[in-house]
Ligand binder design. Structure first.
Ligand code: HEC
Ligand code: HEC
Ligand code: HEC
Ligand code: HEC
Ligand code: HEC
Length: 181
């Protein structure tokens, strides 16, 4: 991931400058360590050292005003800001996952950067666990539902799919009697 690191380090500098500027003009603008990325131990640096680090293209390109008002009023981010560029997402699949269809993007994603792939705000299990309590999942049909080491996204898509339960093509193999050696 060498090449990527150089790119991110460069963008990092100028983004941090932005925060300095913001902090100067607006008291109480959080510094980058306070970015709304939970579940990432450590600060800014370790976030970017994560092997699954992901960053949002318009954030890296400093298109801040695409989402924030020109005054950088962060409270002014509208709930459906994501639709400005991703309006196809809520209807993109045959069977849509409820929160995606409802445009509730920020339940699962962060808008800037994340220690986790696909701008997820936490580890996938924790993201899904916000609404799907683990103890309520069917463990007789799917023993893996009780296995803390398995990730929901091994078997399910996040946005929906073509089959019920939004299963990935190889998810069935993980069911009892169907396991790989
Ligand atoms: C894709 C849209 C988008 C872009 C681009 C974007 N932001 Fe944000 N930003 C948001 C949203 C949404 C929130 C509110 C997050 C929340 O409520 O969890 C936010 C929150 C913030 C906050 C408050 C931090 C916090 O912890 O709540 C700051 C400061 C900020 N943005 C600065 C910036 C700067 C500087 C840039 C450009 C380098 C930028 N943003 C680019 C969408 C965006
Ligand atoms: C100004 C346009 C714009 C806005 C607004 C915007 N996005 Fe994006 N988003 C992009 C672009 C460009 C990409 C990169 C697409 C690509 O690489 O093919 C992207 C990619 C993503 C990705 C994939 C990241 C990855 O690493 O695979 C996610 C997730 C995402 N956006 C979520 C959001 C969410 C959540 C919001 C609302 C807070 C949002 N976007 C608002 C332009 C935007
Ligand atoms: C229930 C959690 C959840 C919600 C809500 C959600 N996403 Fe995602 N999104 C994911 C996951 C998980 C991935 C990673 C791809 C996967 O494994 O299915 C992803 C991937 C993406 C990508 C990368 C391209 C792709 O499809 O793989 C984009 C862009 C994106 N999401 C945008 C959005 C937007 C815009 C919204 C709001 C309309 C949204 N997401 C709502 C969980 C969610
Ligand atoms: C914001 C709340 C929320 C989050 C976060 C969320 N879900 Fe859901 N999920 C729902 C709701 C509501 C339904 C029922 C409506 C529907 O079928 O889309 C649902 C339905 C499902 C279903 C289909 C269940 C059925 O009986 O058909 C699966 C599978 C699923 N979610 C998996 C996931 C996975 C995997 C994640 C993490 C990437 C996740 N969910 C995150 C709210 C959520
Ligand atoms: C090893 C693969 C696998 C993993 C890992 C997995 N699932 Fe499933 N899940 C399935 C299969 C297969 C079904 C369909 C079961 C059936 O046919 O009734 C399912 C069904 C579901 C359902 C609907 C039925 C129910 O139990 O409520 C939900 C919701 C769900 N999964 C959420 C999750 C979440 C959240 C995670 C992560 C904590 C997760 N799954 C991890 C394979 C998996």
């Amino acid at each position: 991931m060498g090449v990527g690191v150089v790119g991110f380090a460069w963008s990092g500098c100028s983004i941090e400058k932005h925060y300095e500027l913001l902090s100067f003009f607006f008291d109480g603008v959080p510094n980058p360590n306070a970015l709304p990325v939970t579940g990432s131990a450590g600060g800014f640096e370790s976030l970017r050292d994560s092997p699954t680090y992901s960053a949002h293209r318009p954030f890296l390109d400093e298109q801040c005003s695409e989402c924030h008002t020109s005054q950088f009023s962060t409270s002014g981010v509208s709930a459906d800001v994501c639709m400005n560029c991703h309006d196809d997402v809520p209807t993109s699949l045959e069977r849509m996952h409820g929160p995606v269809a409802a445009g509730a993007c920020l339940w699962c994603h962060v808008p800037h950067e994340s220690a986790f792939a696909s701008l997820l705000k936490e580890k996938p299990r924790a993201v899904c666990g916000q609404c799907h309590e683990q103890g309520l999942l069917n463990t007789s049909k799917v023993p893996a539902h009780a296995d803390e080491t398995r990730q929901c996204l091994e078997c399910h898509y996040g946005h929906g799919g073509t089959s019920s339960y939004f299963l990935r093509p190889d998810a069935k193999r993980a069911q009892p009697g169907n396991q790989e050696p």
